[in-house]
Design a protein around this ligand. Structure first.
Ligand SMILES: [Zn+2]
Length: 677
């Protein structure tokens, strides 16, 4: 592995139109924070960079809905996100934002450099324009029917129903989000970054030289490149954003995905006058931590921008994570199906490390993963409390009780002692290897193995029983237990910074360096430790039930609001309606149509006659349970052959928004054949 002189670690810029939730934490900020804290313990020169992404269409839409300027929206959420991160111990060296002066200058200059080098293509295309609002409709300002799945509220850049990425011109029946009117096409000029021109470079740099990237990242890059890259517009017709700094670009701003990653550079500039060392020296290791939805921007578009500019280094790795689900359902901001960080910090004061622990132990490193409150509780109670907390507490309490808080000497060693001591060093090396390779779940599990080892060692050696008969032996046992505790205070520090700091306080030591860790003599004989308190507390069922209740409430709320109703059909005349002959009838026989999932063959007494109707209701009703059911039936529908059966008429059913069917029938029993009009 190449040895670097310094590290620049970036974490994806959160979008400032809402607070941060556990999905963000597990995917990006916790793994990046663990990595950076580890590098700092090693004494490496590292800068950890992040900030709020404050441009783009969703922010302007939110501002419009609330009737406030976009600046108000980003000010509100920037402050909120920044504070939550701080309280949660995410240890950025700077948390900046993309509305700073430095960023406007840096992003503008970056664009200008590429422009002057002839790296863009200028293209005039036809784009949708809202005549009522007097505005071009970029990305989410336009909605319409998805050409792939028929979803009637797909956006101009994406259909959230089928996940396909779209351009506004592909939408069927496009409508403006601003006025609701049908937009017209109007000519506009934009600048495009010709990604196709850089295909050979990307093939070489990613597919040949970075085979060590995580399989999910490498695979997505390969599929983008193999599908063929296209020029990508880097400007938009919008008012909110960084103005395109060339002549003839009035009313145009940089595309948010052009300016946002440059935010890493601007933030570094505001952090240190030495910023160029971190961005332009080949001996710097640049690592981007992101979620899987950002892979294309960090592995393809931003590197092409950096390479085209010419003076910047490229990322050494982009360890993107998959997504975290919540209680078996996709995390969703609009449905409020999330655990919000600012709410967690209120509800679980002083338990920052518990969430850090659970989100790392269960991180979606290689596949999507699920967070459940039950798992949260059981990991706290069975692992943090019962193993780590319990071990440390016993070692420290016994030392205080038997030896007045002074580290006892280590006497003659047994085979078991020697094995236990040797594991301290082995485990440290394994944790280090996993951390270097961005395998944080594994690293945490290994570090916890040391606590497990200590806990078992104490349970096996039982110093509280031996003390009456063999105090010399107890000295050795507690010495070894204390050495393990001291090692835990460093090994677990990147993962559980608050608890590790507490533990160092109990041990009355400063923070050990990574280099010292793995030693079996961190605590000298006679060193005085402090009186401990508990590192972790049990989480009771009631607290978990409250969180589940909160989630249930948001499910009910969003279902109440769900208006997925179709608009009324076009008007018809009374004559047209009166042609329908609808009667009351009764089901007298019902059976499944063989080899179909949905169809039932029904015999209906219509008062006029008894006839056969094939009906698509088998998913909702058992045939034997609906005999005798009164129904309404359209009797003058042309007979149709369905699966070889002549169906004469149609049963009326009500369908709710979830597609569930129920019978339509008179409110009191009515003789068969009554007319419905
Ligand atoms: Zn679709």
């Amino acid at each position: 592995m190449k040895k670097f002189k310094r590290y620049l670690v970036t974490a994806a810029l959160p979008y400032a139109n809402g607070p941060v939730h556990i999905g963000h934490l597990a995917g990006v900020y916790i793994p990046a924070d663990i990595y950076v804290r580890y590098l700092r313990l090693k004494g490496e020169d590292v800068k950890y960079i992040c900030g709020s992404d404050e441009h783009g269409v969703p922010i302007t839409i939110k501002a419009r809905n609330e009737g406030v300027p976009p600046q108000d929206i980003v000010d509100r959420y920037h402050a909120m996100i920044k504070q939550s991160f701080e309280e949660f111990g995410i240890s950025f060296d700077i948390y900046s934002r993309t509305t700073t002066k430095t960023h406007y200058r840096t992003a503008g200059d970056f664009f200008k450099t590429l422009y002057n080098k002839g790296e863009f293509i200028e293209k005039t295309t036809e784009q949708y324009f809202d005549e009522e609002a007097g505005q071009f409709l970029a990305d989410r300002y336009i909605t319409g029917t998805c050409p792939n799945c028929g979803n009637e509220s797909a956006y101009g850049d994406q259909c959230e129903n089928c996940g396909s990425s779209l351009s506004p011109n592909e939408l069927i029946n496009p409508r403006s989000m601003l006025s609701g009117s049908k937009p017209i096409l109007r000519k506009t000029t934009h600048w495009f970054l010709p990604l196709d021109k850089h295909e050979n470079f990307l093939r070489q740099w990613i597919l040949e030289e970075h085979k060590n990237w995580k399989p999910n990242v490498y695979g997505q890059c390969k599929s983008w490149i193999d599908q063929g890259l296209h020029p990508r517009a880097v400007s938009r017709d919008l008012e909110w954003g960084i103005p395109v700094p060339v002549e003839g670009a009035k009313g145009k701003v940089l595309y948010v995905w052009f300016d946002a990653p440059i935010g890493y550079i601007s933030a570094t500039k505001d952090l240190t006058p030495d910023w160029e060392k971190y961005w332009k020296d080949k001996e710097t290791k640049l690592v981007h931590f992101i979620g899987k939805d950002n892979i294309v921007f960090h592995c393809i578009i931003f590197p092409v921008m950096l390479k085209a500019e010419g003076s910047y280094i490229l990322p050494d790795n982009v360890p993107a994570n998959e997504f975290l689900n919540l209680e078996n359902d996709k995390i969703s901001t609009s449905r409020n199906w999330a655990v919000w960080l600012h709410e967690y910090l209120e509800d679980f004061k002083g338990k920052e490390d518990v969430l850090r622990y659970v989100l790392c132990a269960n991180a979606p490193e290689t596949k999507d993963n699920d967070f459940t409150w039950k798992d949260f509780q059981s990991r706290n109670n069975n692992e943090l409390v019962a193993i780590f907390g319990n071990f440390v507490n016993r070692a420290l309490v016994l030392t205080n009780k038997y030896f007045d808080g002074q580290v006892p000497e280590r006497n003659e060693l047994t085979e078991y002692d020697r094995y236990t001591l040797s594991e301290i060093t082995t485990i440290k090396e394994k944790v280090e290897y996993s951390l270097e390779n961005y395998r944080f779940r594994e690293a945490l599990k290994l570090a916890m193995d040391l606590a497990r080892l200590g806990n078992k060692y104490l349970a096996d050696t039982e110093p509280w029983i031996l003390f009456k008969t063999d105090q010399e032996r107890v000295k050795t046992i507690l010495n070894i237990s204390l050495q393990i505790s001291a090692n835990l205070s460093t090994l677990l520090a990147p993962f559980l910074p608050f608890s590790a700091k507490k533990l160092s306080g109990f041990l009355n030591t400063g923070q050990f360096s990574w280099k010292e860790t793995g030693s079996t003599d961190l605590l000298k004989k006679g060193h005085r430790i402090n009186k401990p308190s508990l590192l972790f507390e049990k989480i009771e069922d009631g607290e978990i039930e409250q969180q589940l209740e909160k989630l249930r409430a948001s499910k009910v709320n969003t279902e109440d609001k769900k208006p997925a109703l179709k608009p009324a059909k076009e008007d018809i005349s009374y004559d047209e309606f009166s042609k329908l002959d609808i009667r009351t009838g009764t089901i007298v026989k019902a059976e499944k149509v063989p080899k179909t999932k949905k169809l039932l063959k029904l015999e209906i007494d219509t008062g006029i006659d008894q006839r056969t109707v094939v009906s698509g209701i088998a998913e909702f009703f058992d045939p034997e349970k609906i005999i005798g059911q009164q129904v309404c039936i359209l009797v003058n529908l042309q007979p149709r052959k369905i699966r070889g059966i002549i169906s004469q008429g149609m049963i009326l059913m009500a369908e709710n928004t979830e597609g569930k069917l129920s019978f339509v029938m008179p409110d009191k029993n009515t003789e068969n054949g009554a007319e419905i009009k």
